[in-house]
Design a protein around this ligand. Sequence first.
Ligand code: G4P
Length: 282
Amino acid sequence: MKIDWYPGHMKKARELILDLVKNIDLIVEILDARLPQSSANPVLQELRGRRPFIRVLNKDDLADPTVTKAWKNYFEQEEGVKALPLSAKNRSASSSLQNLCRRMVPHRCKPGRPIRVMIVGIPNVGKSTMINTLAGKKMARVGDKPAITTCHQLIDLRNGILLSDTPGLLWPNLEERGGAQRLAISGAIGENAYDQGEIALYALKWLVATYPQLLIKRYKLDDLSGEPADLLATIGSKRGCLISGGEVDFRRSADLLLRDLRGGQLGRLSLETPPLAEAPAA
Ligand code: G4P
């Protein structure tokens, strides 16, 4: 599966990040805890310079807790980096993240000197949810910066933290083998960019290899051997995804599996493990 990003867009985004980062004390990157590698922007690490960096492992409620712990340890091996597993939908996420910001930049915690935090994330990782949870009712947009992009926003949390949000600036990490497939499985890529059936079969193969018990339990399966297409047909048939004549509706079955997986109905699972994402066997 190939997903193209317009190179001109990447070059411009890179320049914008470099420009913005000059007036930033701390960078917060929102990652999807289920795929922290592919949901990370590949150049942010390099562009941050020596600035403190928080990697939020969001959607922690959907990820395998053991794997998330391993990711946290892995990221924190690097100087100036902290990793914070949380669920942005959860109210406690706000205080956890704010407290960590203050701990990482103690010299800015003074009246009139708010911590300037750049918050970034690829689409669908939960950045808006995180901003809303952080802002609560106190949110105040303090202006655009049209010279950079019309979408750039400063959000004053009115508690000594100033968020800088620039939507649409980042692209995912597609460099790793299977990265695009894992992003598609997680729902981070628009459905028009890939074939649902192909991705469902890919996901099924990976589930059989990595989380067979979750699959057996969810769909009451007796046997996981055989071709993924046959297994998907069994799942579809058990869940009533049929067309007239009693045949299995392949598309609806694929859709059901992917929706279950994304929504956590199969259980908590992680698509990538550190230090390098293990691509699901294709
Ligand atoms: P974005 O700004 O990065 O593009 O992402 P956004 O906040 O819009 O979140 C994308 C989807 O992820 C939303 O679901 C949101 O509810 C969900 N989400 C965000 N954080 C978490 C989390 O910590 N745990 C879980 N389980 N889900 C999270 P949606 O189905 O697209 O929208 P909706 O059903 O919430 O309206």
